[in-house]
Design a protein around this ligand. Structure first.
Ligand code: IPE
Ligand code: IPE
Ligand code: MG
Ligand code: MG
Ligand code: MG
Length: 330
């Protein structure tokens, strides 16, 4: 039975034959025709869940506590936005379904690791994540640090498996480079460093954008590009359109995260609301106010949609995801 994706429409029933569709082309493995967007999200979130459950070591494998912590950090929670972007971009590119599963796992594993470390006492010091006690609360600080380390390594191992599932080797190499760039000091880790260095500071629009595109935008961009590359190296015009789309959606995602930190409650978010103001973090809301931040997110959604225009109706799922990322409530 598929899991309900919070705020992401209704879930779909997924048959085991669909999940096990192996190396079939994505469009053949998951019959997209006629699926509502909510059902499409439910189907693919469940697909990602099963792929992650299979990729993670079982909790009875040595060292069991570390593996238990890794599974705790990753499974049974989260909106799975990044895997959904992988699947949407990958279906557009006609990528093999099993290769997309690997790419979807890779981006979600990096994301889950980033959340584990983001919540540590030395970073945002948060006790609630995805509706559960954070990993360091449940497994200790050293345990959480190692869970993050191991999830990051696992992400690259799983991604490399795309080569065994129909993605040409040069495209797999490009995927590894994209993910490394997105996760590293020029991407997520770099953005997190800027975030921590900016506590109490007033950042101008350019500095705020430079932080957000790294800490959050880079991984969303990687999700779109990994899905695309799973189908082989794209022609430059197509890649350019997708990069423009991903840049807009990636920034919009963190602008909305900043807005929800103010507007939503902890129960809805599954994480502590109001943390940014409490910790004196510069955000789009602190810089420009709620209404202007919402307005910016709307303009970024429009940018994302116009970037997709040359790709035609086949890019429908990416367009729907842009709408969802801006309109989400959690
Ligand atoms: C939260 O990401 C952290 C940011 C990068 C803004 P998500 O809102 O995607 O968190 P989950 O995966 O749904 O828990
Ligand atoms: C975190 O941004 C971005 C990451 C790279 C994890 P936030 O610190 O705003 O994320 P939340 O609000 O705790 O999910
Ligand atoms: Mg943070
Ligand atoms: Mg945080
Ligand atoms: Mg936040």
């Amino acid at each position: 039975m598929a899991r309900q994706v919070a705020g992401f429409g209704t879930s779909a029933q997924v048959s085991s034959s669909t999940i096990a569709a192996g190396d079939g082309r994505a469009s053949a493995a998951v019959p997209a025709g006629g699926l509502s967007f909510g059902d499409w999200c439910g189907l693919h979130a469940e697909r990602a869940e099963q792929a992650l459950a299979a990729a993670l070591p079982t909790a009875d494998t040595l060292p069991p506590r570390l593996h238990e912590g890794m599974r705790y950090a990753v499974l049974g929670g989260g909106k799975r936005v990044r895997p959904l972007l992988v699947y949407a971009a990958g279906e557009l590119a006609g990528a093999p379904a099993a290769a997309l599963d690997r790419a979807a796992c890779a981006v979600e594993l990096i994301h889950a690791y980033s959340l584990v470390h983001d919540d540590l006492p030395c970073m945002d010091n948060d006790v609630l994540r995805r509706g559960k006690p954070t990993v360091h609360v449940a497994f200790g600080e050293a345990g959480a640090m190692l869970v993050g380390d191991a999830l990051q390594a696992l992400a690259f191992g799983v991604l490399a498996e795309a080569a065994d599932h129909g993605t040409p080797a040069p495209a797999v190499v490009a995927m590894v480079r994209e993910l490394a760039d997105a996760a590293g000091s020029h991407g997520m880790a770099g953005g997190q460093a800027i975030d921590l260095a900016s506590v109490g500071a007033v950042l101008d629009r350019a500095a705020l954008e430079a932080m957000h595109v790294r800490k959050t935008g880079a991984m969303l961009r990687a999700s779109v590009l990994l899905g695309t590359l799973a189908g082989g190296l794209p022609v430059p015009a197509r890649r350019d359109a997708l990069v423009r789309y991903a840049a807009a959606v990636g920034l919009a995602f963190q602008v909305v995260d900043d807005v929800l930190d103010v507007e939503a409650d902890s129960a809805t978010l599954g994480k502590t609301a109001g943390k940014d103001a409490a910790q004196n973090k510069p955000t789009y809301v602190s810089a420009m106010g709620l209404a202007a931040a919402r307005g910016l997110a709307g303009r970024l959604r429009d940018d994302a949609l116009s970037a997709l225009a040359p790709l035609g109706p086949a890019a429908r799922r990416l367009a729907e995801l842009a709408e969802l990322i801006v309109d989400r409530k959690s």
